[in-house]
Design a protein around this ligand. Structure first.
Ligand code: ASP
Length: 584
């Protein structure tokens, strides 16, 4: 038996017990005549003591030579500590060691294995196994386990069956680039790794499985924006014989359960908002509703004066920044620089101070009098002491810019509290979105999403106006899940492929198997998928997902620990009938 107890459990009640512990040397303090060693394992830290009087000279020397991260096993007696440490669960006791076995020596770690480490991100990723020994990462992984366990419990209890779907498949339609895997046995042919199990879960519904879920890896070869991973995990779900309302209730229930079990937070009914309203009020389809600062559209009150910038804009829109009138001129100038950064892209910003005496002072006083500005305040909900920030221009662009400003200011004002949870359903997304690059419409969610009843006809005349039976679950300004009610008949699905610019041959080649299946009795069905990594990070009060993934990739999609991706040797290439044609 390597150990009788772990390093986090011994208390006063164990005094005088003979115990065996094993773990890593966190640190040691050598006073010459006495040596203390902190022994660490997954469960905590226990102090070991070796002293001249009670320890043999040989063991004393061994103890003095223990380095950080050595793996050791000790036998000894639990004794009461002379000076107790109330901050440690095991702080009342220590182990008087009678036997010390060095199980493995360790090189000096390249960074300190402590909560606040001196190791930078790159170094920590290269030695991720050492990073995982640190509390913040270890705790995050344990937290993730708890969340997934609760997901499995909840859904299993509700009759869902976890079914695995294959990883070596054909292209899936989530709109990103595929990772591909060459097939040795089928020369010149490739599998694609699933961007999601979308088509398979629909086929499971045709197969009669009724309620499916899977905690599953998905792969998307996208340019990695901050905090995205090329492989990530979904809680993927699908149900048959349901309406949208059933889906919303089921997964609201799951999310409520997680918030309760994991965070101890009770949330009643989740609010719902139409996509169009989310865009109008927050400029964003995943609004953070933990705080107000809703958009006020100012076209009616700010246009048709002599201010050309506003007159020529498609949209003039502002927000009230609480307490913002206290900003100095310099601070406001900095804010203007912030919105003009290329990442935000505004051309400028108009502002209006709301003074305590009820008067207004704007950067465009030349064009607007006090009555005009009072209307701005009314529309944006600004009160005395606030600052109104106004942007103008192309509707879509200006909404995105003001949304970025709203989030930035809320962050600075401390309004985005990590321990406060504000879930929200965003409903009725557009079915299609215009893609500037390819100059055609793409499915906003994916091509299996059904249009709202009665809107199929509109596809011919005003495709951009068609709304879908599609919904996202938003938590604290992050999309944590999204899904739709699917098309389940061949005619509508073919029509949809047609509208999306697929020729019948292309549709058949790519998704013929699904359309075939729809001819053999496909039940009405729908579902959604949660992004597990992000969900766990938010529930854990963090915004970055990396610490919740045991072995994440860096921003260039590399695993710097195992050094992947890496070239393969010629023999392997030949076996796969592949020849490289490198650009550089
Ligand atoms: N497969 C979709 C996605 O990955 C989710 C769904 O529609 O259920 O976004």
């Amino acid at each position: 038996m390597y150990r009788s107890h772990n390093c986090g459990e011994l208390k006063t009640a164990n005094i005088n017990e003979e115990v065996t512990l094993a773990g890593w040397v966190q640190k040691s303090r050598d006073k010459g005549f006495i040596v203390w060693v902190d022994l660490r394992d997954r469960y905590g830290i226990t102090q070991l003591v070796f002293d001249e009087e009670r320890t043999s000279t040989a063991m004393m020397q061994q103890a003095q030579n223990l380095g950080r991260e050595f793996v050791i096993q000790v036998k000894g007696t639990v004794i009461e500590r002379a000076s107790k440490n109330p901050n440690m669960p095991t702080g009342d006791i220590e182990i008087l060691v009678s036997e010390l076995n060095i199980l493995n020596e360790a090189l000096l770690p390249p960074f300190t294995i402590e909560d606040k480490t001196d190791g930078g991100e790159d170094l920590r990723m290269k030695y991720r196994y050492l990073d995982i020994r640190r509390n913040p990462v270890k705790e995050s992984l344990i937290f993730r386990h708890k969340v997934t366990q609760e997901v499995r419990n909840y859904l299993s209890k509700d009759g869902f069956i976890e079914v695995e779907t294959p990883y070596l498949i054909k292209s899936t339609p989530e709109g990103a680039r595929d990772f591909v895997v060459p097939s040795r046995m089928n020369e010149g042919q490739f599998y694609a790794l699933p961007q999601s199990p979308q088509t398979f879960k629909q086929l499971l519904m045709v197969g009669g499985m009724d309620k499916y879920f899977q905690i599953v890896k998905c792969f998307r070869d996208e340019d990695l924006r901050a905090d995205r991973q090329p492989e990530f995990t979904q809680i993927d779900c699908e149900m048959a014989f349901i309406e949208q309302e059933d889906i919303l209730n089921t997964f609201e229930g799951l999310t409520r359960h997680l918030l309760k079990e994991v965070n101890g937070v009770d949330i009643e009914k989740f609010p719902r908002m139409l996509y169009d309203d989310a865009m109008r009020l927050y400029g964003n389809d995943k609004p953070d509703i933990r705080f107000g600062m809703e958009f006020g559209e100012l076209n009616d009150v700010a246009q048709h004066k002599d201010f050309g910038v506003f007159n020529n804009a498609e949209l003039v829109v502002g927000i009230a920044v609480p307490g913002g009138n206290s900003y100095t001129r310099k601070e406001i100038d900095k804010l203007i620089d912030w919105v003009k950064r290329p990442q935000v892209g505004a051309l400028g910003m108009v502002y209006c101070r709301c003074n305590d005496d009820g008067s207004f002072k704007s950067s465009v006083d030349k064009f607007y009098d006090q009555d005009d500005l009072a209307k701005w305040a009314e529309v944006t909900g600004a009160k005395a002491g606030d600052l109104i920030c106004v942007l103008s221009g192309d509707k879509n662009k200006v909404r995105a810019q003001l949304s970025a400003l709203r989030m930035e200011l809320a962050e600075r004002l401390g309004l985005r509290k990590p321990d406060e949870f504000a879930p929200l359903w965003v409903m009725d997304f557009p079915l299609l979105e215009w893609d500037e690059d390819t100059e055609r419409y793409h499915a906003m969610h994916h091509p299996f999403t059904s249009p709202k009843p009665g809107q199929l006809e509109l596809l011919k005349t005003n495709p951009g106006d068609v709304k879908a039976n599609a919904y996202d679950l938003v938590l604290n300004g992050n999309e944590i899940g999204g899904g739709s009610i699917r098309i389940h008949d061949k005619e509508t699905q073919s029509l949809m492929f047609d509208y999306l610019g697929f020729t019948p041959e292309e549709a058949k080649a790519q998704f013929g198997f699904l359309m075939d299946a729809f001819q053999y009795g496909a039940p009405p069905h729908g579902g959604l998928a949660f992004g597990l990594d992000r969900l766990v990070a938010i529930l854990g009060g963090q915004e970055t997902i990396r610490d919740f993934i045991a072995f994440p990739k860096n921003n260039s999609g590399r695993d710097v620990m195992i050094d992947a991706p890496a070239p393969i040797d010629n023999e392997q290439l030949t076996e796969l009938s592949l020849k490289l044609n490198l650009k550089s």
